[in-house]
Design a protein around this ligand. Structure first.
Ligand SMILES: [Zn+2]
Length: 339
């Protein structure tokens, strides 16, 4: 069984039999990898060949069993008309001016896919798929509806309106879910084989379980019922109180942060979603030692993680040896327990 087959099997069964692997549907590039393949941020966000080279470094340099593009969350917002700062080598691009004043102005047609950097993502996926697509997971990552709404009208305004204009927010999220579905189909046709939806703002640190249930869950269900490929949902922060609803999202796997107990997630999501995560990114991958990362990894696997990866995007300053320690831990686990 190759790495892609293994991940597909885990997602299909919503759990692993025993074998695991370290594979990241979340952002992978680090400064070490940029140097190793001579492809740097911010240029690699806007150039097909640099994007392909840097994405490949996840496998070629860091030895993770998967490839993820794009590296950041502003591709959609830019095409809608939001203004960006493209960041720098160790910092992601971010929205400086949201595209719209109000939710009423949000609209799109298929023409949107001609704009911004969508074509870079599509072309990079095509090239990555030609080289790796028959044996490695290739994870296109799209931005989930709530985070996208924040990029389009401003995150603070969105959080305010989530309480004050709940119904309108719900309607707008369903509209953005339609956009997500259309974009998801296009990245998958371009060469992706497992979709990742990142919705960092839909975090338990920012919204209530009731808002999550009433606003996010319908949008997620709409997406999951409209696509026929495997989907991993990633949400940042503490989502413990959302697990009962995520259970009904219809997605194949949940990638979650280190403040969520693996055992709790296992209990709540068993049989419904496979578990992806949740090696701490700051205390582990960034500031830990390889031995510390190994410990975190083994604990996560013993507690029931199905696919090992960081709790969130790998910090660009994380040492290569720490990422490799996660890869080695998955191999060690397989050796020890899966013979
Ligand atoms: Zn995250």
């Amino acid at each position: 069984m190759n790495y892609l087959e293994l991940v597909n099997e885990i997602l299909k069964n919503r759990k692993r039999d025993c074998l695991t692997l370290a594979s990241s549907p979340l952002t992978t590039p680090t400064i070490d990898q940029m140097k190793a393949v001579d492809a740097y941020w911010p240029s690699a966000h806007s150039d097909v060949d640099l994007m392909v080279r840097l994405a490949s470094a996840a496998y070629e340099v860091a030895e993770l069993k998967g490839i993820k593009v794009p590296f950041e969350l502003t591709v959609e917002a830019e095409a809608f008309g939001s203004e960006l700062n493209m960041g720098k080598m160790g910092r992601n691009p971010y929205v400086t001016k949201p595209a719209f004043e109000s939710m009423d102005q949000i609209d799109f047609s298929d023409e949107i896919f001609e704009r911004g950097r969508f074509h870079i993502v599509f072309d990079a996926l095509k090239k990555l798929s030609e080289k790796y697509g028959d044996f490695l997971p290739i994870y296109p990552q799209i931005v989930g509806p709530y985070t996208l709404l924040g990029h389009l009208i401003g995150a603070e305004k969105m959080l305010r309106l989530t309480l004050k204009e709940k119904e309108k927010v719900g309607e707008t999220l369903l509209l953005l879910a339609d956009f997500n579905i259309e974009y998801a189909k296009r990245v998958m046709e371009s060469g992706g084989n497992i979709l990742c939806i990142a919705d960092p703002t839909a975090s338990g640190d920012l919204i209530s379980p009731v808002s999550f249930r009433d606003l996010l869950l319908p949008a997620y269900k709409k997406i999951s019922s409209s696509v026929d490929f495997p989907v991993i949902l990633h949400i940042c922060g503490n989502t413990t109180r959302f697990l009962d609803y995520i259970r009904d999202s219809g997605f194949d796997a949940f990638s979650f942060d280190s403040m969520v107990e693996v055992k709790t997630a296992k209990e709540k999501l068993a049989g419904k979603l496979a578990l992806v995560g949740n090696v701490p990114t700051i205390e582990g991958l960034l500031n830990g030692t390889p031995e510390k990362v190994r410990e975190y990894s083994m604990k996560a696997l013993n507690d029931g993680i199905d696919i090992l990866c960081g709790a969130c995007a790998i910090p660009p300053q994380a040492p290569l040896d720490n990422i490799k320690a996660m890869v080695r831990a998955a191999e060690e686990y397989n050796e020890k327990y899966c013979r």
